[in-house]
Design a binder for this molecule. Structure first.
Ligand code: SAH
Length: 245
């Protein structure tokens, strides 16, 4: 294809999902109805294969999990001695996490965010804030040395990407290493979420503050994606690190 036709095609891809909006209540309904097909019972393969690049020899890293759901990866990292802070809107999802991982927890209000609660494992290693992500900030939760973003950048509404990236970058310590998992497919065929996120999209929203490095690209097409109408699906992880100041 000529460069022009590629550009036109690209513009169509962008507009296919640009205006799609999921309300917070729709996510909560999904949890109520048990429609949580995004959840995985095993540690994520791309977190496992790239963990060294994120931890980088450090001990007791403070990890942030935006839109954490009940990701088993939180327990996996906590068992290695790291601490984890997640943000998730669904109280049901948070309670399922602690129950399924056999972790005792306490529940406290978060005075800085009206209506929010924080659920903390009694050993203090895992805290999950139940609130809208956009109400969370470093004032509430501090800054982080590591971030695992799976089902988060791809789950937020495409129109909120810059707001999301600005918030996430404000949570990064100078030594923070942020691993972000993205999906590429033909957005004309499936409306999302998860949304299509290209390398260009990642660079557009994070490039101002971070260096962006593609670490791994894998074919992630499974049987279930046929019912989404897709014929191919590529999963890519990038490492984001703050630009030297
Ligand atoms: N990262 C998890 C969950 C991915 S699905 C995993 O990989 O399994 C996206 C999750 O984000 C859902 O659990 C949904 O309830 C939550 N969510 C969506 N928008 C949110 C928002 N604005 N604030 C907090 N949680 C949100």
């Amino acid at each position: 294809p000529s460069k022009t036709s590629t550009l036109i095609h690209r513009r169509e891809e962008m507009s296919a999902q640009e205006n799609r909006v999921m309300a917070l209540s729709e996510w909560e309904d999904r949890w109520q109805e048990g429609k949580t097909g995004f959840h995985r019972s095993e540690v994520h393969n791309l977190l496992e294969s790239n963990l060294d690049k994120v931890v980088c020899g450090r001990n007791e890293v403070r990890f942030f999990f935006p839109l954490c759901g009940k990701a088993v990866d939180m327990k996996w990292l906590a068992d290695m001695g790291h601490t984890v802070v997640g943000v998730e809107i669904s109280e049901k999802g948070i309670k399922q996490f602690f129950a399924e991982q056999n972790l005792a927890f306490n529940e406290e209000p978060v005075p800085a965010i009206s209506g929010a609660k924080v659920f903390k494992s009694t050993d203090g290693k895992i805290s999950i804030y139940q609130c809208d992500l956009y109400k969370f900030s470093s004032t509430v939760g501090g800054k982080f040395g590591g971030i695992w973003d799976r089902g988060a950048l791809v789950a937020i509404n495409p129109c909120d990407r810059q707001k999301y990236a600005t918030l996430l970058m404000s949570l990064m310590n100078n030594d923070c290493r942020y691993l972000v998992d993205t999906l590429e497919y033909n957005p004309e065929l499936y409306k999302g979420p998860p949304f299509f996120v290209s390398e260009e999209d990642v660079k557009n929203v994070f490039g101002g503050g971070c260096d962006v490095e593609l670490l791994e690209s894998v074919d992630a097409f499974e049987e279930k994606h046929k019912s989404w109408g897709l014929d191919s699906l590529t999963e890519k992880v990038y490492l984001l690190t703050p630009k030297a100041q």
